[in-house]
Design a protein around this ligand. Structure first.
Ligand SMILES: [Zn+2]
Length: 161
């Protein structure tokens, strides 16, 4: 696969490569993973790289970083085609595609301010059900409010009021 045309970004010894991120979404991916660059590990971001499958794609390489299940779930909501490559000693030891979850528990905030999941004294964990896979839309299991992809991005990046 590597025919020498790849951008000159050094290979990482250990860590994670998130490939096939929708073009220009790599910075959002870093944001939702709470990675700011101040953590000290090496980060390489490639934006708008040519892709036969996607036209253009972004790639993020994170040295000595391994995503948790919750992180992978977050990534799937922002970059539906992303592949996660776990690297050890310069070799890919695990590779898988993210999957948009049918149910999301405790990760997203309902956009309805009167929803029971938003009442601090009720202690109800939010749960959402996927209702549109193409457009990335989820419905609150409690109040029926719909979260669009934009709502989800705003929520996960902390830009929701
Ligand atoms: Zn709700």
């Amino acid at each position: 696969m590597d025919n020498g045309k790849e951008l000159l970004v050094s290979k990482i010894a250990n860590g994670t490569v998130i490939d096939h991120i929708n073009a220009s979404r790599s910075l959002i991916v870093l944001k939702i993973l709470n990675i700011r660059g101040t953590e000290g590990f090496r980060i390489a971001i490639v934006m708008n790289a040519p892709s036969t499958r996607m036209g253009k794609k972004d790639i993020v390489k994170l040295e000595n970083y391994y995503p948790k299940d919750e992180d992978v779930q977050k990534i799937s909501l922002i970059a539906q085609d992303a592949t996660i490559n776990i690297i050890k000693d310069y070799k890919v030891i695990k590779k898988y595609k993210v999957e948009i979850p049918k149910k999301i528990k405790g990760l997203l905030r309902c956009n309805n301010p009167t929803c029971i999941t938003r009442k601090p004294d009720e202690q109800v964990t939010s749960t959402f059900t996927l209702i549109n896979r193409e457009k990335i839309m989820y419905q609150c299991d409690y109040c029926g409010s719909i979260l669009t992809e934009n709502d989800i991005i705003k929520d996960l990046t902390g830009e929701m009021k």
